[in-house]
Ligand binder design. Sequence first.
Ligand SMILES: [Ca+2]
Length: 416
Amino acid sequence: MSKRFTSKAFLFYFSFTVYQNISAQDNPTYNDCGGTLVKPAESYAVLTNPGYDSKYDNNLHCIWTLEGGEKTLLQMKFWDMNIEPGDGGSNTTCEYDYVEVYITTMEESRRFCGFNSPDTVFNGIGTLTVTFHSDDSVNYRGFQATFQVRENFDPCEGDPCQGGGTCEVDTVSLGSKCICVPGLSGENCEIDVDECLSDPCQNGGTCSEGAELDSYICDCPTRWQGHDCEIEKESPCMPNPCMHGGTCEEIDVETAECLCGDGYAGEFCEIKTGCSNPGIPYLDEYRRFNKGTILQFSCIDEYYLHGIENSTCLVNGTWSTELPECYREGTDPGGDEGLSTWSLVMLGLGLAVGIKLIIFVTWMIYKSPWTFFGKASAFTIHDGAQMQRRRASSTRSVQTSSVYSVSDEISSNSKS
Ligand SMILES: [Ca+2]
């Protein structure tokens, strides 16, 4: 409620109290049964029911109207009330006779009867309607009231609302009220709301007022984002950007580093360096060896190594030697177990069947599946703890079964 209007209303009401002794002779007086009221040229006009000087008639229904607009302030006050009361002497039920007041901005009309004038000064904007009603029996003097009118009534005059706020007339107080733009408050929108008071930044964010009136800015800790720091950033390692089994290491919330396995390099381990698996089974899919790595091969018990023991990963990405192979002791590389024994027996039995038999046996050795029968078929690859776990058995599709033992890498260059 505007203080300014409060004082106006007081003065206006005060003017009524001055005219306690109404002079109907000096002011316009309406005492017909209904009709149009006009703004009094004097400070106020007097309104009574017909017959106020003695008794009103039965079966009256008089309606007076004063048409007003959006800036027409109307005020009315009863000074005398002498109307048949309602049941039980009620001055509120008014079942029989009554006088009723309505002004456009009033929530509802007010109806009176009985013998006491309401103290209320009826204020409103717009059109005033007064109705007097009497039934077919019991009548009294009636009522006397005054009304006054002020045109161009505008509590919003001078635009009291700051910062682009909208001024409206409060229909209850008839003062002004400000509808403030977001970010401002106060009776005249003179207060800049501190949006940070509600502590809107989450997860440790720091709040500061934004450039706009109703805005704020959250300075979020590194792991958080979003207007209110409500969104947690994903780790730069999710998903893992490192290829070929590389390990992602988070440096901070926005940067990560790939730790590449042997034989891989590049920001994402996307570059192949060094040598690929020389033929050792059961190695990791991505297992590679750095340049300069020397592998030493040996065979398990009861087998001997055929080939060169050491192989080096060369600068051009190839191995210095071919993979050696393991043979069961007592057999020849490229030959087969028991071949010489068979040959001696065959020679002893005679050359007549020997040649054909040799041909047959040779066929047996090289073509039939029997040649693989009884051959060892186990690899043991010693390449550190990880390789130990990969101990397994297999048959190789070479002429001889192979039983490997690959030693720890004797030397290994740092990552290239
Ligand atoms: Ca009556």
